[in-house]
Design a protein around this ligand. Structure first.
Ligand code: NAP
Length: 313
């Protein structure tokens, strides 16, 4: 399906999983007359050129932003303030400036003071991803049926918000609007805490003396394997997420620790009823997620399983 270009020039600053996926999907959908991209390292810029997914690859963030009516920062959240400062003087007066960061209040705090008043700042977070990163990891289908949360500051021109909403909808996403603080609280429980737990448990298993690491790998299908996928996520991105969303994560972590203590107590006391009730409730949550189309109903996340060979008659 193709739509009329929504933007004359889209600038992608940063070209990893998210920037690369936006480029692929926007090109497929014909959402911009021109897509310009840049990345921090010469190596990534050369790779973008080789991939041939954008119209122009430029060497600096300011050059990318120049003349673009939509500029999207697709970089770690900790770098957004510095880059906003770098591009501010070269922005088109009516440019829409956005980002894709997994934390919103810190990004607004870091970027907004640098942007000229005439520009329209509409922060965004596509709630979609994988554990892969870099320019080769993107794919056009990443955002289909996933949510993209916009957190425009109060007083943002609604027309700019609508244009960005239309852009994300054309990439396949469902769009919702929230305040940055609410976004950070919701994502602290749905994304940031699960990542922290995965990072913890994989680290703990790795350090266990009684169980050798070869056994941890060998028997990983017992549950551990699913945590390792999350724990393989980009260390820089996730370092920045926890630094930027400290308060909300600590709040959720407090609640989590209380709940963990309750389950610990139930195990210690042999309280099977409490364990059963808890696990029944969580099973229903998984079913709810599948029902609203946020995951597949296929067992074991749809992983292929080998078949037993038929015994010769
Ligand atoms: P990625 O694959 O690692 O790509 C990051 C890009 O940012 C690369 O082009 C990198 O350039 C550039 N970059 C890194 N540090 C920079 C700096 N200090 N200044 C300027 N550019 C810099 O990352 P990603 O997964 O696309 O994540 C990008 C953003 O999307 C993050 O803010 C993250 O929170 C958000 N996000 C990620 C996911 C996910 O699942 N991965 C989901 C939703 C949102 P080089 O290659 O040259 O180093």
């Amino acid at each position: 399906m193709s739509t009329a270009p929504l933007f004359e020039r889209v600038a992608l600053i940063g070209f990893g999983l998210i920037g690369g996926s936006i480029a692929r999907a926007a090109r497929e959908q014909g959402l911009a007359n021109e897509i310009v991209a840049t990345a921090r390292s010469a190596k990534t810029r050369a790779r973008i050129q080789e991939l041939g997914l954008v119209d122009r690859v430029v060497d600096s963030n300011a050059e990318a932003a120049k003349g673009a009516d939509l500029v999207i920062l697709c970089i770690p959240v900790g770098a957004c303030g510095t880059v906003a400062q770098e591009i501010a003087a070269d922005l088109r007066p009516d440019a829409i400036v956005s980002d894709v960061g997994s934390v919103k209040a810190a990004v607004v705090r870091d970027m907004a003071p640098h942007l000229p008043g005439s520009a329209h700042f509409v922060p965004a977070h596509p709630v979609a991803g994988t554990e892969h990163s870099g320019p080769d990891s993107g794919f056009a289908e990443l955002f289909i049926n996933r949510w993209c949360i916009l957190t425009p500051p109060e007083g943002t021109d609604p027309k700019a918000v609508d244009r960005l909403r239309a852009f994300w909808a054309a990439l396949g996403a469902k769009v919702e609007i929230m305040t940055p603080d609410h976004h950070d609280l919701v994502l602290a429980i749905t994304s940031h805490l699960p990542h922290l737990i995965a990072y913890t448990i994989v680290g703990t298993a790795d350090e266990l003396g009684q169980v050798t690491s070869s056994e941890v790998m060998k028997f990983s299908a017992g549950g551990f394997r699913d945590f390792t996928r999350i724990a393989a996520s980009d260390p820089i991105m996730w370092r920045d997420v926890f630094l930027a969303n400290k308060d909300a994560v600590l709040e959720m972590l407090g609640t989590f620790n209380e709940d963990l203590s309750k389950l610990t107590r139930a195990i210690r006391r042999g309280d099977g009823e409490a364990l059963f009730e808890h696990f029944t409730r969580t099973r229903a949550i998984r079913r709810g997620i599948v029902e609203i189309g946020q995951d597949s109903a296929a067992p074991d996340f749809g992983r292929p399983h080998a078949h037993l060979e038929k015994k010769p008659e």
